[in-house]
Write a protein that binds this ligand. Structure first.
Ligand code: ATP
Ligand code: MN
Length: 499
């Protein structure tokens, strides 16, 4: 019999066999094995000690909940008690017993403690007190050890899984679009160049322009800003596909909603028109929120209380009317408002902030590109629920969007969420070869780099649609966090690529 079966035979069924020498704290909470031996491995959050007893709060990352370890200082090896400090990594074997103390219903009486890694208390930057999010960004290598970030990272995982599950259950094919691309159709000026040319002696041609002939790919290449164009090719063969990958934008927008590297989910569906597209988006977003409520409640409760605590310091009018969990439930209970761009412009033009000159970008009429302040006015003040705007002016949208018969608008849609603004952007795609080509020419988009995209419209084209959901924007909404830098492990923003 190995040591695990000897110690905890009742837990072997639920635990990962490959790591049999560890009982996950989340499993222990589900069904506390009172009277049984367990092996816990995790990191010290706090330690309290008196003369004849040491209480250690250990967190093993499997849940926001710590487990209380009770140790007898006389039973510890020499120096061990001193070395058990906040941040240290321990392996503890002991018996689960009902707890005498307040705050927990059970605890583990340690009979053996091994210090796997000391933590050097003078240097360890995470103390058992509240640290600012700004400070934690500077120690992004350690912030997963905090309650806030471990909760966010577990939710991030759950959302990733839910996204794949949603599409898989519907028969969508997960399609891997390339990360390195040579098509600059979409993101001119916003792309990161990929090159192996020496930075200090770049080859130029006779007319003094950069010559990419000798570069790795024999042509100019960049990191992708979207997998959509390739996704469309796949939809026109497989029917319904989705991509879920990293995208890169060298836009110098230092906002709380923009990253230079972010993850995007881009479904693309043959035979869907704009309305089918809106229906799918709404169902998808509601599914993800429901999944979070069903599977991440402990972490959401923690983040809810954390936010309520923060808001205590804010004036009444800056506080959320609903708490995090109420906001998530609210999304499920109400249909999204669907209005055309033109209707939105009318509402914004007549709105108080516009008339009083409160918008940084005043709305004069049709054609205005909506800024986040306008989007949030519509969602938070006017409709007080998510809004899908459709039929945008063609001049502010991409070349591939299907033109309406009015000659002015395209079948685009943006989903706007409270606290965030745009969370999804999508459209029905132009499937007509001639119309698409004339738009490409009108906008002076280099045709050579798009020949393959245009060809799909020549060979068995069909109506199709798709959208892009920014994964971190979804994470902002689900976690209630205010800054996109705090919902991705290692944020990349202008001037920041540490870790
Ligand atoms: P915005 O106007 O907010 O910059 P966009 O119009 O540039 O958004 P799209 O090109 O439609 O956005 O991209 C699809 C989705 O990707 C957006 O709805 C948003 O959720 C997300 N997104 C776009 N840019 C970023 C970014 N820099 N960081 C994080 N997410 C982003
Ligand atoms: Mn943008």
């Amino acid at each position: 019999m190995d040591s695990f079966t000897k110690f905890a035979p009742h837990l072997i069924k639920t635990n990962n066999v490959a790591f049999k020498e560890r009982n996950k704290v989340t499993e222990i909470y589900k069904n506390p094995p009172i009277g049984k031996k367990v092996i816990i491995k995790g990191w010290v959050r706090t330690k309290r000690e008196s003369k004849n007893v040491i209480f250690i709060n250990l967190n093993d990352g499997s849940t926001i909940k710590n487990i209380q370890i009770v140790a007898d200082p006389d039973k510890l090896k020499k120096d061990q008690a001193i070395k058990i400090t906040t941040g240290a990594c321990l392996s503890v074997t002991g018996e689960v017993v009902e707890s005498q103390g307040k705050g927990q219903s059970f605890e583990v009486i340690a009979d053996q403690v091994t210090i796997l890694g000391e933590s050097h208390p003078d240097e360890y930057p995470l103390q058992p007190k509240k640290h600012s999010l700004e400070f934690l960004r500077e120690i992004a290598h350690l912030r997963p050890r905090t309650n806030t970030f471990s909760a966010i990272l577990r939710i991030r995982h759950a959302m990733t899984f839910a996204i794949h599950k949603f599409f898989n259950d519907k028969g969508f094919v997960n399609f891997h679009s390339p990360i390195i691309t040579s098509s600059d159709a979409e993101g001119a000026g916003e792309m990161f160049r990929v090159t192996t040319l020496p930075p200090n002696s770049v080859p130029v041609n006779d007319s003094g322009e950069l010559d990419f002939k000798d570069d790795f790919f024999g042509k100019e290449a960049s990191l992708t800003v979207s997998g959509q164009l390739e996704g469309e090719l796949a939809a026109l063969a497989l029917g319904e596909i989705y991509t879920f990958g990293p995208t890169f934008r060298a836009e110098n927008s230092n906002t709380t909603r923009h990253l230079a590297e972010f993850w995007m989910i881009e479904p693309e569906m043959a035979f869907y028109d704009l309305e089918d597209n809106m229906n799918l988006t709404e169902e998808f977003l509601k599914y993800l929120v429901q999944y979070a409520l069903d599977n991440c409640l402990d972490d959401l409760e923690f983040l809810k209380n954390r936010a309520l605590d923060e808001e205590k310091n804010k004036p009444q009018n800056e506080r959320n009317e609903l708490d995090l969990i109420e906001r998530l439930k609210f999304i499920l209970e109400n249909p999204f408002e669907r209005i055309s761009y033109s209707q939105a412009i009318d509402i914004l033009k007549d709105s108080k902030p516009n008339k009083k000159g409160k918008f940084q970008f005043p709305i004069e009429g049709f054609g205005a590109d909506l800024q986040s302040e306008h989007e949030r006015y519509l969602v938070e003040k006017h409709f007080k629920k998510p809004v899908i705007l459709f039929d945008y002016p063609k001049d502010i949208k991409a070349f591939y969007m299907k033109q309406n018969s009015d000659g002015k608008t395209v079948k685009a849609m943006d989903v706007l969420f409270p606290g965030i603004g745009e969370i999804v952007g999508g459209s029905q795609r132009e499937e007509d070869y001639d119309k698409l080509l004339s738009r490409v020419k009108e906008l002076n988009i280099p045709q050579e780099s798009l020949w393959w995209y245009l060809e799909t419209r020549k060979f068995g084209s069909c109506p199709h649609s798709g959208f892009g959901l920014g994964f971190e924007r979804l994470m902002l909404f689900v976690t209630g966090m205010g800054n996109i830098r705090d919902v991705i492990p290692f944020p990349r923003t202008p001037g920041n690529a540490e870790f």
